[in-house]
Design a protein around this ligand. Structure first.
Ligand code: 5CA
Length: 448
């Protein structure tokens, strides 16, 4: 992508309304624009990150047996009356009446709708298990939308739902999602610590939240330091091996970790030696719930079991805050100069900076490398604008692409580009003819 053809309305100054760094940087980089309280447009740069996050979510869901589908944002109120949640949900739910006076709502979550879909389409235990998910916009009329997309009113969520015949199978489905969440967040360059959690308006009898650490997080967290020492990327798994999956869950849940809502200071002191007790703040990027028959019973979602008897299905639900993650990743990865994208979620793999736009030799070298890098499959943002070098460097640091390839008249003479690692600041001179191979290695090594 040529910067001259891209739409990335970078702000010169810090926006006044931003209270936390991710909100400030997302506005400054031209990733999002607020339309009204808690409702945002995603501009091309922001949308690219959102898409990368969705891709990572999809990949691991597929591996763990999740089937993608798409349910609407608008739901009939009647469904929510069946479960009894229509009144319980209160003012957070956006209620709508259409021209025929039908009562509708903008979905804050989809337990009712998916339960009704499964109820109407699944008759036999032979059709189970099922794990269905979608990535769709939700609306919750939060009392205090704040911090940009971190706590929005309209936000993008991956929500998945499992249906099984027996409680044991239902818990195995929960475990698979638990492990898939560890792997999904790790693939984005994050350590998300699973913590026992309250179930709130979603309900159920067991739940874990996944939190990434950040000073600006909304939740107070208390946990064993061992979490920070764990190698998340090492969680390799065969999802068909229920014993192995349960083993990983056990490994991660046997260490103390709790949000302030359910933190038990006495247990913390008892279970964790003093020098290993860590407290801080965290951002909830995902939450999973095991329901048993909480939704299937009131909604009559049952199948014929092997003995011919009707059995209410065991269900669970599994959410990931896809749009919140964009802000969460920035909170976890930035410096004074701007964002530092982990490679897998970066909007582009690298930025190519032409230091002397209009100089025939420099333009020629840049064009050639731009083509080579792009043909190799790399996503390149080519700064082909005629701004001053300083301005180009500042902007490229601000938007935080993992690598910068800088080419100026001096480099063209010696056949060298300067490659800068955004995270470490380290700079190396690389000959033009080995540059593409090197960048390909650098940009893909984290996926290996
Ligand atoms: N039905 C269940 C799971 S599918 C559910 O709705 N769970 S949830 O309420 O915990 O939401 C799932 C995730 O969405 C949260 O972990 C959080 O990361 C994200 N989320 C929730 N509310 C907001 C919000 N107002 N703005 C941005 N993200 C949010």
């Amino acid at each position: 992508m040529r910067l001259s053809k891209f739409f990335m309305p970078v702000l010169r100054d810090d926006p006044k309304e931003a209270e936390i760094v991710s909100h400030r940087l997302m506005l400054r980089c031209g990733m999002i624009r607020q339309e009204t309280g808690g409702i945002y447009s995603w501009l091309p740069l922001g949308f690219r990150v959102l898409t990368k996050i969705m891709d990572i979510v999809r990949e691991e869901q597929a591996r763990a047996g999740g089937l993608e589908m798409l349910m609407p944002t608008i739901q009939p109120a009647s469904l929510w009356r069946e479960s009894g949640r229509y009144d319980d949900y209160g003012k957070e739910m956006l209620r709508i009446t259409d021209r025929r006076d039908n009562e509708l709502l903008y979905g804050p979550t989809n337990e009712e709708m998916i339960t009704s879909i499964v109820k109407s389409s699944v008759q036999s235990y032979k059709d189970l298990p099922l794990n269905l998910y979608h990535i769709q916009w939700k609306f919750r009329d939060e009392i205090r939308p704040r911090f940009g997309v971190m706590r929005g009113r309209e936000f993008l969520m991956k929500d998945g739902y499992s249906f099984d015949l027996t409680e044991e199978a239902g818990r195995e489905a929960y475990n698979r999602m638990f492990v898939s969440y560890l792997r999904t967040f790790a693939a984005m360059g994050l350590k998300a610590i699973p913590m026992r959690a309250e179930t709130g308006p979603i309900g159920g009898n067991e739940s874990h939240e996944f939190l990434i650490l950040a000073e600006t997080g909304e939740s107070g967290v208390f946990f064993d330091k061992a979490f920070l020492e764990k190698d998340w990327s090492g969680v390799d798994i065969d999802y068909d091996d229920a014993g192995a999956v349960a083993g990983v869950v056990k490994e991660f849940t046997s260490l103390y970790a709790a949000t302030e809502d359910i933190h038990d200071p006495a247990a913390f002191e008892r279970e964790v030696p003093e020098d290993r007790r860590v407290s801080g703040r965290g951002i909830e990027v995902g939450q999973i719930f095991f329901f048993g028959t909480k939704y299937s019973k009131p909604m009559g979602c049952a199948v014929q079991g092997p003995d011919g008897k009707e059995v209410y299905l065991q269900s669970g639900s599994y959410g990931i805050g896809v749009s919140r993650l964009v802000a969460g990743i920035i909170e976890a990865s930035h410096d004074e100069a701007g964002i530092i994208w982990p490679q897998p979620v970066a909007p582009f793999d690298l930025g190519l900076i032409n230091l002397r736009q209009g100089d025939a030799a420099t333009d020629g070298a840049c064009e050639k490398l731009y083509e080579e890098l792009s043909n190799a499959g790399l996503d390149v943002l080519y700064d082909d604008r005629s701004d001053r070098a300083g301005e180009k460097f500042t902007r490229m640091d601000l938007i935080g692409l993992p690598w910068q390839v800088v080419i100026g008249p001096r480099g063209v003479k010696s056949g060298m580009a300067e490659v800068k690692n955004r995270a470490t600041g380290e700079k190396t001179d690389v000959p033009f003819d080995t540059l593409t191979g090197l960048m390909l290695d650098k940009c893909t090594e984290v996926y290996a």
